[in-house]
Design a binder for this molecule. Structure first.
Ligand code: FMN
Length: 225
C-alpha cells in the first residue's frame, strides 16, 4: 500500500455519530444542536462528552443549565438532524420548524426529543477548553428508549432502529452486520465427524424479529470497554 501524507493534520476519525443534542436556557426555551464531536468516555460511571464551539447559541444554554440530552436520531430524523446543524436557535425555533416535541426528562431540566428513539440525559461535570471547541464532560443520569424496540423479554433491539452515521461530510446508513464482539476469537462449534450432510438451513426470519437475541439491557452483560 502506498500512502500519501496530507500537508496538514486534521480531523480524520470517521465515521462518527451525528446526534441531536437538546438543551434549555434559563428562559425556559428549548433548543436543538447537531453534534458530531461526541462519544462515550467512561463505562462506570457512565460518561459521555460533547464538544461545542463557544459561538453556538446552545453553548451558554448548556453551560448555564449544566445539562443536555443526547438524542440518537433514526433515518426518519436525518433531515431534521442536518437542519438543526445548519440553523441557529437564535433565529428559529427548531422544535417547531422540525415538528418535534420537547418531552420532560426524568432527572434534568433540559427536555428530550420525543420523536428520537434513544434519549440520554446528561449532567455536566466539567468543561474543558480545547481550542475551537470546549468539551463538556457529563455523567449519564438516565437513558430512555422507544418501547417499540423492546421485546417481551425486555431485550432492547438497537439494530432495528435504522441509525445512520456521519462520514466526512456525508450521512450514511449503517450496512450489513460483519460480526459481533469477540467473533474473531470465539470458538466455533467443533464439527462432529465430517459428513456429507448439509447443515440445516437457517430460519429466514431476521434474528431481530425472532426476538431471541441476547442484545439487551436485561440479559446481556455489556462488555467493559
Ligand atoms: C453533522 C453536523 C455536525 C456538527 N457537529 C458539531 C459539533 O460537534 N460541535 C459544534 O459546536 N457544532 C457542530 N455542528 C454545527 C452546529 O450544529 C450548528 O452551528 C448549529 O447551527 C448550532 O446551533 P445553535 O446556534 O442553535 O446552538 C455540526 C453541524 C452538523 C450539520
Amino acid at each position: 500500500m502506498s500512502k500519501i501524507q496530507f500537508p496538514k493534520p486534521g480531523n480524520f476519525i470517521y465515521p462518527v455519530p451525528a446526534v441531536m443534542v437538546s438543551c434549555q436556557g434559563t428562559d425556559g426555551k428549548p433548543n436543538i444542536i447537531t453534534i458530531a464531536w461526541t462519544g462515550t468516555i467512561c463505562s462506570d460511571p457512565p460518561m459521555a462528552y460533547i464538544s461545542v464551539r463557544k459561538e453556538r447559541h446552545s453553548y451558554e444554554m448548556i453551560k448555564e443549565s449544566g445539562c443536555f440530552v443526547i438524542n440518537l436520531p433514526d433515518k426518519a430524523l436525518a433531515h431534521a438532524c442536518d437542519y438543526c446543524g445548519c440553523t441557529s436557535g437564535r433565529k428559529v425555533d427548531k422544535f417547531k420548524e422540525c415538528h418535534l416535541t420537547p418531552a420532560k426528562s426524568s432527572v434534568i431540566s433540559a427536555p428530550m426529543i420525543e420523536e428520537a428513539p434513544v434519549s440520554i440525559e446528561c449532567k455536566v461535570t466539567q468543561i474543558i477548553p480545547l481550542g475551537t471547541h470546549d468539551m463538556f464532560l457529563a455523567e449519564v443520569v438516565a437513558v430512555h428508549v422507544d418501547e417499540k424496540y423492546m421485546d417481551e423479554k425486555n431485550a432492547f433491539h438497537m439494530d432495528d432502529i435504522g441509525m445512520f452515521a456521519y462520514e466526512h461530510g456525508t450521512y450514511r446508513e449503517l450496512g450489513a452486520k460483519l460480526g459481533t464482539f469477540g467473533y474473531s476469537v470465539r470458538k466455533k462449534p467443533t464439527a462432529s465427524k465430517s459428513s456429507s450432510f448439509k447443515k440445516p438451513k437457517k430460519s429466514t426470519t431476521p434474528v431481530s424479529k425472532s426476538k431471541k437475541r441476547t442484545s439487551s439491557f436485561r440479559n446481556k452483560k455489556s462488555r467493559p470497554l
